[in-house]
Design a protein around this ligand. Structure first.
Ligand SMILES: C[S@@+](CC[C@H](N)C(=O)[O-])C[C@H]1O[C@@H](n2cnc3c(N)ncnc32)[C@H](O)[C@@H]1O
Length: 354
């Protein structure tokens, strides 16, 4: 059968990488049967995107989020990686809805970037990132102590321990200061490791209200991972801020990944309590406008969200909001709802301007 070929440009679009990267992969012999004709690479139409050597290295380093986070992207990483647009030109990365940082840590583990900026509205989360970056030794000391206290206890005593730490966290959370920033970060991590399903959720008053979980041997003090993360975060700019603040960082050399609170698929599936405020449809639309503006300034932009078509195939909310950008539908396993019946494969949106 005769082989059909596509150009490097077409392969670049298909695989979500730069044309230059395709040329490099061809010259390194990493795309089987790619041929140079004149000064152009021809690539068999059926060729698969080669695994990125820089990314396999990450797996061996195994840095991972220090906290479980609703909407965490660990499961979706294989799909998201296909869209990393790093190239000699794209040397800066920004993630303005960083959450647990699954994508951030994947990128920090695989790519040497000139500048990285992260932000989130959640002040306790951002405090934890800053403490891991600047005061990891003190943090590890407290976490080790909490782990030594907690693990030997029986379930009744564990419960007492958990609720005492939760009360303390809520007290300190309302009186944040330079003096209590390390203990707040330690309590945040402790609670995440010992609470129900590793959730972070607050009520309207801003009180963390997740009940105790049932993990038998939670690793409260993951020393090795926290030390690696601390090293990786050294040159990262970390801000408690609204996503719009990314505006002053992003330029034509920047890849910006937006992972806002997802638009709920159904009214009952609503989870938007990462902070005291919600992220409603008006804000989704405002964000879409903001992303389009960054796109017109030459940034590489990628955004993720839920696909409303899972619940109603006629719902074109995001197709309309992001018209003019590329909308990809990818398969993901969602874990938002703790009920087994609400888990399973559904489609999610990845929206890019490249
Ligand atoms: C879907 S989560 C991000 C999850 C992350 N990608 C991960 O892998 O864990 C959305 C995040 O946006 C944050 N957030 C909500 N509204 C925001 C706003 N206006 N500006 C910045 N961050 C916001 C929430 O606190 C939450 O951490």
């Amino acid at each position: 059968m005769e082989t059909t070929y596509i150009s490097a440009k077409e392969a670049a679009t298909k695989w979500g990488i730069s044309q230059r990267r395709v040329a490099v992969l061809c010259s390194e012999n990493r795309i089987s049967n790619a041929t140079m004709v004149g000064n152009m690479w021809l690539i068999p139409k059926t060729a698969l995107k080669p695994e990125d050597a820089r990314l396999s290295e990450v797996n061996s380093k195994q840095i991972k989020p220090f906290i479980k986070w609703v909407g965490g992207k660990t499961q979706l990483l294989p799909e998201i990686r296909k869209f990393y647009p790093f190239s000699p030109r794209i040397t800066k990365y920004a993630e303005p809805f960083v959450g647990g940082g699954a994508v951030l840590f994947d990128i920090l583990g695989s790519t040497d970037l000139q500048e990285v900026y992260i932000s989130d509205l959640n002040s306790e989360l951002i405090n934890s990132y800053i403490v891991i970056r600047d005061s990891v030794t003190e943090l590890l000391g407290i976490l080790q102590q909490k782990q030594n206290e907690y693990l030997p206890l029986d379930s009744e005593k564990r419960k007492e321990h958990f609720y005492a730490q939760r009360d303390n966290f809520n007290k300190l959370k309302h009186t944040p200061s330079e003096d209590n920033r390390i203990i707040r970060a330690a309590l945040m991590i402790y609670l995440n490791k010992t609470c129900f399903n590793g959730l972070y959720r607050v009520n309207r008053r801003g009180d963390y209200n997740v009940p105790m979980g049932a993990y038998k041997q939670p690793l409260i003090c993951d020393k090795e991972n926290l030390l690696s993360l601390s090293k990786k975060l050294q040159r990262v700019k970390i801000q408690q801020a609204n996503y719009k603040e990314v505006d002053s960082f992003a330029d034509e050399n920047t890849f910006v990944y937006f992972d806002p609170p997802y638009r709920p698929l159904t009214k009952t599936a609503n989870f938007t309590s990462y902070t005291e405020t919600d992220f409603n449809d008006a804000e989704q639309l405002e964000l879409a406008g903001f992303i389009k503006n960054l796109s017109s300034r030459g940034c590489k932009v990628l955004a993720s969200n839920s696909d409303p078509k899972n619940a109603d195939k006629n719902d074109n909310f995001f197709d309309n909001a992001y018209s003019g950008l590329n909308i990809h539908r990818v398969q993901a396993s969602r874990m938002i709802n703790s009920k087994g019946s609400s888990r399973g494969k559904i489609s999610e949106l990845l929206i890019s301007n490249y």
